[in-house]
Design a protein around this ligand. Structure first.
Ligand code: 5GP
Length: 126
């Protein structure tokens, strides 16, 4: 497995502060911000600060601290955005697109947190 990270991708520019973002939460290892074209009332993107193209790249090469920090932030944002069923809220969906079949537009790992309305079944028919 080998990936080449493009440092000119849009999320790398956001991390460098070259492009503004609507930040929800920031920690040492991860950043959560609102999607610029929201698909649901809650649509937050969570990204690691490290240079990882997608989830399998991250899972293989990130440190334990990065992996824990990233994953804990996803849960924290679900609670902050009031979509956590554990808090009596109505739920959410996590999506991490990768590659061509996954239709990944931005080549920096990101998890979409979607909620605030019924999201339908998991996938549209191919
Ligand atoms: P993908 O298709 O790669 O999983 O999703 C990329 C997401 O990034 C899309 O939902 C798109 O709206 C969002 N996006 C693209 N450019 C920007 C940007 O400059 N700022 C923010 N906040 N979101 C962006």
């Amino acid at each position: 497995m080998s990936y080449t990270y493009d440092p000119e991708n849009i999320f790398a520019k956001i991390l460098r502060g070259e492009i503004p973002n609507d930040t929800v939460l920031e920690t040492e290892h991860a950043l959560a911000f609102r999607d610029i074209m929201p698909q649901a009332p809650v649509h937050v993107l969570v990204i690691p600060k490290g240079a990882y193209v997608n989830y399998d790249h991250f899972a293989q090469e990130a440190s334990d601290a990065e992996i824990i920090g990233f994953n804990r932030m996803i849960g924290q944002v679900c609670r902050m955005e009031n979509v956590s069923p554990g808090d009596g809220d109505t739920g959410y969906r996590l999506i991490a697109n990768a590659g061509a079949d996954g239709v990944q537009d931005v080549p920096h790992l990101h998890v979409h947190i979607l909620g605030g309305r019924g999201l339908g079944r998991m996938l549209n028919p191919a």
